[in-house]
Design a protein around this ligand. Structure first.
Ligand SMILES: C[S@@+](CC[C@H](N)C(=O)[O-])C[C@H]1O[C@@H](n2cnc3c(N)ncnc32)[C@H](O)[C@@H]1O
Length: 334
């Protein structure tokens, strides 16, 4: 019987493993790239190794190895030996650039994220996830005592929210709506975007902090605890990336607080990743495990959101796709 050659298959399988292992190193490279500000320093120029070595006070032969690591990640190009330019990918780590990933990289590569993931097994075995295993408190309790990390957290959330916010503003019918309240609205990116698209609306951002006040000038900011009470009387309530931060019991508690504040005609728009069902829900970016590690939370299927809503006295009436994003919109009524 002819032997079926299995060598190429083995290569593909082994390459996949090598790729995963490279990921941890790539994360560190991307973090250092963002922290040094190389994208800002090179800009549109071609810059020689010597100039960068002087600027970063590094030995040129060592810096060269780092820069070539950036070239391997396609953050930089080396069109001539020891001279470097910024690539399109590298430009995405520029501070303040449209669509910048800089803050997202810095948060994903932050010690608190890495230490939470280091506790993967313990976090799966324990009830509260990796962050709690590592720090003995929730991420939100820790953010309260660390203004710098809290600012980075808000910036990263805002960056990740920007394109989803545009999609909500463009796809949801806000005609006839007076007031929209974003519960756990963070830096206000979602409300700011909706108000920009629908100038007649009034917006409220409700969050435990006012960290992000600067981003949504037209909105009212209210601080408070969504386990206790949220502003009443709005026509639409938004809940984006809140339920996935929490285990079922707390998620039901948050939904119940909102239900208590909702007028009869109001609607709640839940904006979350909605896992496919049935069988094997796909989650290629591993956000479900990320939620468990960082928050003790989870991603859910539509059926699971329906169950949470039912327990809180709400009913999901329809689902709206948010094309080009990782999220869907579930509209719930009392
Ligand atoms: C994952 S972020 C989502 C932020 C925003 N909705 C977005 O999608 O970009 C979770 C938000 O919940 C807020 N939060 C956490 N616990 C809270 C509480 N008990 N009461 C009110 N807000 C809270 C945090 O401050 C944070 O802004």
């Amino acid at each position: 019987m002819a032997r079926v050659p299995d060598e190429p298959q083995r290569d593909v399988a082994a390459n996949a493993i090598a790729d995963w292992l490279r990921g941890a190193k790539a994360t560190q490279l991307a973090k250092v790239f963002a922290e040094l500000g190389i994208a800002e320093d090179i800009g549109n120029r071609t810059v020689a190794l010597g100039a960068l070595a002087e600027q970063y006070r590094m030995r040129p032969e060592r810096l060269l190895r780092l820069l070539r690591g950036f070239v391997e990640l396609n953050l930089l190009a080396e069109p001539e030996p020891e001279r470097f330019t910024l690539t399109a990918t590298g430009s995405l780590l520029r501070k303040g650039a449209p669509g910048s990933w800089r803050e997202i990289v810095l948060l994903s590569a932050h010690e608190v994220a890495l230490r939470s993931w280091e506790r993967l097994e313990a976090g799966v075995r324990g009830g509260k996830g990796g962050f709690h295993e590592a720090y003995g408190a929730s991420i939100f309790e820790c953010l309260r005592g660390d203004a710098e990390l809290a600012a980075l957290y808000d910036d990263a959330m805002g960056r990740m929210t920007a394109s989803i916010a545009r999609c909500v503003a463009e796809n949801y019918e806000f005609t006839g709506v007076g007031t929209v309240a974003d519960i756990g609205g963070g830096d206000g990116t979602l409300i700011a975007t909706i108000l920009r698209h629908h100038p007649g609306l009034r917006g409220i951002v409700f969050d435990r902090t006012e960290d992000g006040k600067r981003y949504a000038p037209g909105a009212t900011f209210v601080t408070g605890d969504f386990f206790a009470a949220v502003p009443g009387g709005a026509d639409r309530y938004l809940l984006k990336w809140i339920l996935h931060d929490w285990a079922d019991e707390q998620a039901v508690a948050i939904l119940s607080t909102i239900r208590a504040a909702m007028p009869e005609h109001a609607r709640l728009l839940i904006i979350e990743q909605v896992l496919a069902e049935p069988g094997a829900p796909r989650d290629p970016e591993l956000t479900d495990l990320n939620m468990l590690m960082l928050y003790g939370g989870r991603e859910r299927t539509r059926a699971e959101f329906e169950e949470l809503c039912t327990r809180a006295g709400l009913r999901i009436e329809r689902a709206l796709p948010l094309p080009g994003t990782t999220c869907g919109l579930l509209e719930a009524v009392r």
